[in-house]
Design a protein. Structure first.
Length: 336
């Protein structure tokens, strides 16, 4: 839940966990390297999603930071513990619409809330939606040891003590998440590097509000405050460099002692802005090229923030992921 892990006082978008985007992954299928899988997780309670929301995967395949391919997921009103989902595919100019537009490639697919994943296929596209075991691993108490969170402050006030902050405890070993997974021939996504980002929008009083987005893991979590998070979530990657570079530079000066020139160079070198998950299918998937379940993205981000001063947390990836689609493991039994 690297994107869900955010400021203490802000909470989920509009106070609704169903609208909370958690993690984004992109990698080649382990069994068929001609296919790409993209997973967008949301709702850390792992129950039904919002029926008035549009959950969107945006893909830029020509490097202009504008969407060229969009998959939109629209969920039905849940009834008696059941829910269905429609999947729309839009390309070109149409893919930049905020609405769920394009061709409806999957209709009324059953959402999975039990151990067996319901995989729906449309031609050469495989799709899944439902509760799964969360693959994200992190030491929450250790992170709190690193940041001044008094008064509900966000995770932006870093302080380094003389002892290791880490507890060695993975806070997410029994966590579930609502997952959407899609897999298709890589050739259908274009040639070369992809820029991928997720968006959640919800209709209120007839207006579609953009309430969350996900690109790089944990960037929004550690770089935003309560004052900026809502604007950040409503904005689009194409405007990121102009709007957010000064704020990122300012934060890096505080957390890692970066000079302005160093911060700007680091942001450019790490390609933090625009905030998209970049994936070149011709190269092995490992963050920052795509993202796989074994990537320790918290170590990566905290090392960047501190200019290498924060030691690794020592945690190991989860072992319950699958080699076959939808890749995330069987959900843990409910503790409710």
């Amino acid at each position: 839940m690297s994107n869900h892990f955010t400021g203490l006082s802000l909470g989920p978008p509009l106070g609704d966990q169903r609208l909370d985007l958690c993690d984004l992954y992109a990698f080649l299928s382990p069994s068929d390297p001609s296919r790409t899988a993209i997973i967008l997780n949301m709702n850390p309670t792992a129950d039904a999603l919002h029926p008035d929301a549009i959950y969107r995967l945006n893909i830029d395949n020509d490097g202009d930071f504008l969407t060229d391919i969009a998959f939109s997921y629209v969920f039905s009103e849940p009834v008696d513990g059941k829910q269905t989902v429609d999947v729309y595919l839009a390309k070109g100019e149409e893919s930049r619409s905020a609405e769920a537009v394009g061709t409806k490639i999957i209709e009324n697919a059953a959402v999975s809330f039990g151990p067996e994943p319901n995989v729906t296929r449309a031609s050469d596209i495989a799709f899944f939606a439902g509760s799964r075991s969360d693959a994200f691993f992190f030491d929450y108490d250790g992170i709190k040891n690193l940041f001044d969170t008094s008064g509900g402050r966000n995770f932006t006030a870093l302080h380094l003590g003389g002892t290791s902050p880490w507890t060695g405890v993975d806070s997410n070993t029994e966590a579930n998440v609502f997952s959407t997974a899609i897999e298709l021939p890589t050739s259908e996504l274009g040639r070369g590097e992809l820029g991928i980002w997720g968006r959640c929008s919800v209709r209120e009083d007839g207006k579609l509000l953009h309430v969350d987005r996900a690109g790089h893991p944990s960037v929004s979590s550690f770089f935003n405050t309560d004052d900026t998070k809502e604007e950040y979530n409503a904005s689009e990657p194409v405007n990121d460099r102009e709007r957010w570079t000064p704020m990122f530079v300012h934060l890096l000066g505080h957390t890692g002692g970066y000079t302005e020139d160093e911060a700007r160079a680091a942001i450019a070198d790490h390609r933090l802005l625009p905030d998209m998950l970049y994936f070149d299918p011709a190269k092995p998937a490992q963050y920052p090229n795509g993202r796989v379940f074994t990537d320790d993205v918290i170590n990566h981000r905290l090392s960047f923030l501190s200019k290498g001063d924060i030691p690794p947390d020592g945690l190991s990836p989860h072992t319950d992921t699958l080699d076959a689609f939808p890749y995330l493991g069987t959900p843990h039994p409910s503790t409710n």
